[in-house]
Design a binder for this molecule. Structure first.
Ligand code: GEK
Length: 250
């Protein structure tokens, strides 16, 4: 997906406001996420492969916090053989959804697969009959106190045998490991062309907005929801992705 280059934090700001997914961010988002999230393209490829295996014809798919539709279009690529599937792609940012709608016009799914963009908080969407759900780097922006309820509601929305993919930036328990791993992420961003000023201003902007958990917290939440089968399938530095499958009814 084409995008303007991200220079949002390149100039010295008097005060750094809290990060928002507004029009400025939406217009550079593709560049921003590719240069900020190590393994983003690998995770999208994984989502496509898992969707190919777990999405079922005649069911629903949800992409929650879809931004410009990176994960939605990966799902579509993975389910070309299937038909009669509704994909509901939800984001609370109007700017993201407006651009996502334009992307859908350029890349229509076809084959009885309909993409429905929805501008809403994911907590307000009723979900059901889902064979595949994606939460790709979204939960970290939602209050911690709501996270268990969200994961449990996704479990309820899945059909038996359905899969949830959850990707999150994670923090380490151990301070020295946290320093090493988040230091590597910092070097990754420098190699992707971000200056020290951009990195530090973005970190300040995200401080109150993005609260990360430990990988163990995510796995614990998945198990509490009822996902007896859950595992981390991908990790690069502090960016992790988990899969969880709702047990078949015996
Ligand atoms: C991708 N998944 O490219 N309800 C709905 N959307 C929300 C909420 C909420 N409560 N909170 C945040 N968002 C995408 C990348 S970006 C990750 C996801 C990142 C939305 C927010 O508007 C933004 O578009 C998205 O979640 C997070 O695969 O920027 O690191």
């Amino acid at each position: 997906m084409e995008s303007m280059p991200d220079h949002i934090f390149s100039r010295k700001l008097e005060t750094v406001a809290d990060f928002r997914f507004d029009e400025n961010v939406a217009s550079v988002f593709s560049d921003m996420i590719n240069r900020s999230v190590p393994g983003y393209a690998d995770i999208l490829r994984g989502i496509s492969i898992f969707a190919g295996k777990y999405a079922k014809s005649g069911t629903n798919i949800y992409d929650l916090g879809c931004s410009l539709g990176g994960a939605t279009f990966s799902v579509v690529d993975g389910i070309r053989e299937k038909k009669d599937i509704s994909i509901f792609s939800v984001d609370s940012s109007e700017a993201m959804i407006a651009r996502f709608r334009q992307n859908i016009e350029k890349h229509p799914a076809g084959n009885g697969i309909a993409i429905h963009p929805i501008c809403s908080d994911i907590r307000d969407v009723r979900m059901s009959d889902a064979s595949f759900i994606v939460l790709n780097f979204t939960l970290q922006f939602i209050e911690r106190t709501d996270r268990q309820q969200i994961i449990s509601s996704l479990y309820d929305a899945l059909i038996p045998g359905g899969m949830l993919v959850l990707s999150e930036k994670c923090r380490e328990d151990d301070d020295s490991m946290e320093r090493i791993i988040s230091g590597a992420h910092l070097d990754f961003k420098k190699r992707m062309g971000y200056s020290d000023l951009e990195i530090s201003q973005k970190r300040t902007a995200l401080e109150n907005v993005m609260k990360t958990d430990r990988a163990a917290d995510h796995l614990g939440r998945l198990r509490t929801a009822g996902f007896s089968e859950a595992a981390m399938w991908y990790r690069q530095f502090n960016f992790c992705s988990f899969i969880a499958v709702k047990p078949e009814v015996r």
